[in-house]
Design a protein around this ligand. Structure first.
Ligand SMILES: C[S@@+](CC[C@H](N)C(=O)[O-])C[C@H]1O[C@@H](n2cnc3c(N)ncnc32)[C@H](O)[C@@H]1O
Length: 422
């Protein structure tokens, strides 16, 4: 990590890769792998950030992740005995994050599991459940798998008491939906595979349950308090005071998170139309038209990038969504400052992208935002994203691809830290 002296106008391309922040040799705890989540960062980033903050003199009691995703920082905080507060706008994310960071009794889990299986065996449907199903679910699931999943879902609802055990079984249910659907296995984005072989729901559920049980047994109990909220961070009314924020914000022009989680959000009844969940999602191209954008509030970096996009042949809606994104990120930094105790530290993991030849310098924009909000001791490092967790190229249609001849996207990302003194 290098300290940025004299402002944010440095050449971000010349920052060297800090190998310490690259991959870790350690195998992740099973609990970190109970449910796939796009853009999940590796767990060692959180534990490394704890170590780094402590070496810089931060006294850590409470940690926050304001875009907590599937709860990587939540679980690492719990393991390290720090209290944790997190939020994410995506209900699927917060279900996973909550599940990962609770303590469970293996005997109670086993009892529920056995009773769920007994219930499945006796559930019978009278009507035509498949034809009456949500149209989108019929699109993704064969009749057989839809019916088997419906029995499983109803059995969970019937057997498991509300609370953390129900959440855990719903999370296990959610984690098998992609494999049980016609969604192309290799694709993060929604893509149908008409030739996909049908799998047995019962076998997938049994396998995932076993994995979850193993994850529970690997972990010891912890006294730390974990709070995970399903909320739009920009609208949170009550923000807690914390010593350390570790987060990886959404990227502009990247994923539509709501679309990626449509199987779970439809099955778990979070919505009847997954598109509705795009609302408020930072970086979503679909939500910029809802409000007028006050370009005068953009910081210098934000304005320069948006101006370049407007001058290029970039569609107006795209340029507008980039402007919206930068304004939102400025707000994110302002709100984070309000959360930090005196001497607290913030820690962002973020990458740059490119659109129509224009560099979308998220890192530079973030560093400037930190300066503007009065953060000090701002440091930056670069890490290489492991090939295992990233598909780093895009084809001419903007689709993710592993083909090296295609356009390379963020294969490197930045770690940016700053201190806040009240
Ligand atoms: C890069 S991911 C975070 C992944 C996380 N570090 C993990 O390991 O799972 C960014 C997250 O920001 C969330 N997000 C987007 N807009 C948000 C908003 N307005 N408020 C809260 N969360 C939001 C997305 O749902 C997504 O989970």
């Amino acid at each position: 990590m290098v300290t940025i002296n004299g402002g944010y106008n440095i050449d971000y391309d010349t920052i060297n890769v800090d190998t310490e922040w690259n991959d870790s040799e350690n195998v992740e705890l099973t609990m970190h792998t109970i449910h796939a989540y796009p853009a999940k960062f590796p767990a060692f980033i959180a534990s490394k950030a704890f170590e780094y903050a402590k070496n810089e003199g931060v006294k850590i009691n409470t940690v926050a992740d304001i875009f907590c995703g599937c709860g990587t920082v939540a679980l690492e905080s719990k393991i390290h005995n720090y209290d944790f507060w997190g939020c994410d706008i995506n209900p699927v994310a917060t279900l996973i994050a909550k599940t990962k960071s609770c303590d469970y009794d293996a005997k109670i889990l086993d009892k529920y599991y056995s009773n769920i299986n007994k219930a499945i065996a006796i559930i019978k449907f009278q009507g035509d459940e498949y034809n009456n199903a949500n149209e989108r679910l019929r699109y993704w699931f064969t009749k057989k798998n839809y019916i088997d999943l419906l029995k499983l879902y109803q059995a969970i609802e019937l057997i498991v008491d509300d609370g953390k055990y129900k959440d855990a079984f719903k999370c296990i249910f959610s984690s098998i939906l992609k494999v049980c659907s016609k969604w192309l296995t290799k694709s993060i984005k929604p893509q149908l595979d008409p030739n996909k072989k049908e799998v047995e729901v019962e076998i997938c559920f049994a396998r995932q349950y076993k994995k979850f049980l193993k994850a529970v047994k690997e972990l010891g109990n912890s006294d730390s308090r974990v709070e995970v909220k399903c909320q739009n961070f920009l609208m949170c009314k009550e923000l807690p005071k914390v010593d350390l924020v570790i987060t990886s914000p959404p990227y502009v022009t990247s994923y539509e998170y709501a679309d990626l989680h449509q199987l779970s959000s439809l099955w778990l009844n979070y919505t009847d139309n997954y598109r509705k969940l795009r609302k408020g999602s930072i970086g979503s191209i679909y939500y910029n038209s809802e409000a007028d954008i006050d370009m005068s509030k953009l910081n210098n970096t934000g304005r320069e990038i948006v101006d370049l996009l407007v001058k290029s042949d970039c569609p107006k809606a795209k340029a507008k969504s980039v402007a919206r994104y930068y304004l939102d990120m400025q707000d994110v930094v302002k709100r984070s400052a309000l959360m930090l105790n005196d001497g607290g530290m913030i820690f962002f993991v973020i990458g740059d992208t490119e659109y129509k030849g224009v560099k979308i310098l998220n890192s530079k924009h973030l560093v400037e935002s930190l300066y503007v909000e009065g953060f000090t001791d701002i440091k930056i490092g670069k890490r290489t994203i492991s090939k295992r967790i990233c598909v780093p190229f895009r084809d001419s249609n903007g689709k993710f691809s592993k083909d090296k001849s295609k356009k390379q996207i963020y294969h490197e990302e930045f770690i940016i830290s700053g201190r806040y003194h009240i």
